[in-house]
Design a protein around this ligand. Structure first.
Ligand SMILES: [Zn+2]
Length: 451
């Protein structure tokens, strides 16, 4: 019996097998995850060669021998090369079946491989069994009939799908999508289906959905909302300049020209535009200028929040805080703790607050709860350790297990949890045991908790 629960794919999660500093997750005899942050095992003369070498040497463990994997993109970020392969079957894409490999540019070695390939597509229907989408048009559009003034098909692709799960349902109706609509379809049966993966646009109200219909039987498998969230592009530290570089001279006094090199392109989810304006506001956080000093929060005509670092552009602090908070909150929700998930609410965040003091604070006694980050020393919203620290105070509140804030052991959890969380983003593995590598001023770490 596994001691671990199912992961988000519904698979039983098995513990990482740890060779010193190297982790591997094997499931049903297939190597699914490989992590080697130090890049000690698979090195070559170039990052690309290291990935090729890994795939060649570990292909047997990845069980990629009979699998049609095709490279779909490669992207060089600051410090890494990421190569993504998509699986095909009968020349059709297999939805969700990708293999991704990341190599460090600095060490020309593999640091992470995620293997989502599907090793057993026997029983997949032949492509010529697919009914034309035109024949299934009424079936695809049927779920939308009563709720919308108009509905049309935007585009579609024929593909294979392992029918293993369903999109998460909201707890209540969205203005543009009812829970009933998003519940439309069948229960997943685990089989490989030949499907039309269809994008549908509605009018009155406007919305965009995905409808996945079995191309052989003509049955709608599920409806997914595509339009509720917007994927925003941001620039953020990853995880912070000192952890990335191991350069302890970097500080809040460094120039934007110096710190800009430590920005990385990242993504987060924000709400759709209101009156044409995107803000750093989503399900769990709202960047809102509630505390002094007065500072206008980011507002953009497109969902791009790319700023120079402070002191040149203090909006960077909002983007950095939002990115880390949103990702952390969404990560916590995957643990499926029913108390936490039921009690989490959206939090107002002021990344330029506390009248410029070198302090930050969780405020759980107001509705909505609030976080403020001071800009003294290194601005607290520039260090993921401080950012997540304050939110963990909120997690204690949401769990109903608040222990007196900064005067209690709760405060220690609030230090330890972000250190652990940061580690998974700390590709170079510097300063792993430090609590706030960037905001490391001896006189600065007073973070009162009002709750
Ligand atoms: Zn604290």
């Amino acid at each position: 019996m596994s001691e671990n629960g199912p992961d988000i794919q519904g698979n039983e999660t098995e513990a990482l097998r740890i060779v010193p500093d190297v982790g591997e997750r094997v499931h049903d005899g297939v190597l699914r995850e490989f992590t080697d942050p130090g890049g000690s095992l698979y090195r070559a003369e170039s990052p690309r060669a290291a990935i090729d070498r890994f795939v060649a040497q570990r292909g047997g463990d990845l069980k990629t021998g009979g699998v049609d994997l095709r490279e779909v993109d490669s992207a060089e970020g600051i410090g890494t090369l990421r190569v993504r392969y998509r699986q095909f079957h009968n020349d059709l894409p297999v939805i969700g079946a990708t293999l991704q490999a990341v190599a460090s540019l600095r060490t020309a070695s593999v640091v992470k491989v995620s293997n989502g390939a599907d090793q057993d597509l026997t029983g997949a229907p032949a492509p010529d069994l697919a009914r034309p989408l035109d024949d299934l048009r009424d079936t695809v559009l049927a779920p939308f009939g009563a709720d919308f003034d108009s509905v049309e098909i935007l585009d579609s692709q024929l593909a294979y799908l392992r029918d293993a799960g369903r999109p998460t349902l909201p707890e209540a109706d969205y203005p543009t999508a009812s829970v009933a609509l998003l519940s439309y379809g069948t229960a997943p049966d685990g089989a490989v289906h030949l499907v039309h993966d269809v994008k549908v646009q509605t009018g009155g109200p406007f919305e965009v959905f995905r409808v996945v219909v079995d191309a052989v039987s003509g049955t709608v498998l599920f409806v997914e909302l595509l339009g509720k969230y917007v994927t925003a592009n941001l620039q953020a530290f990853m995880p912070d300049p000192v952890s990335e570089s191991d350069d302890g001279t970097l500080s809040g006094g460094s120039s934007a020209a110096t710190l800009d090199a430590f920005r990385h392109a990242v993504q987060a989810e924000v709400d759709a535009a209101a009156n044409g304006t995107f803000r750093l506001r989503g399900d769990w956080f709202n960047c809102n200028d509630w505390d002094s000093p007065t500072f206008a929060q980011p507002a953009e005509a497109s969902a791009n929040f790319n700023y120079q670092t402070f002191p040149a552009d203090r909006r960077f602090l909002s983007a950095n805080a939002y990115f880390w908070l949103d990702g952390f909150a969404r990560y916590l929700r995957t643990f499926n703790n029913s108390t936490l998930n039921a009690n989490m609410v959206r939090v107002d965040v002021d990344a330029q607050g506390f009248s410029g003091a070198d302090n930050s604070q969780w405020q759980g006694a107001v509705t909505p709860p609030r976080i403020r980050f001071g800009e003294g020393g290194a601005p607290d919203a520039s260090d993921v350790g401080v950012i997540v620290h304050e939110y963990v105070h909120g997690v204690f509140d949401f769990l109903g297990s608040e222990h007196g804030g900064s005067g209690s052991y709760e405060h220690s959890f609030c230090d330890a949890v972000p250190a652990i969380y940061r580690d998974r983003f700390n590709v170079n593995q510097h300063r792993r045991t430090e609590t706030f590598p960037f905001d490391n001023y001896a006189d600065s770490l007073v973070m009162p908790n009002s709750a």
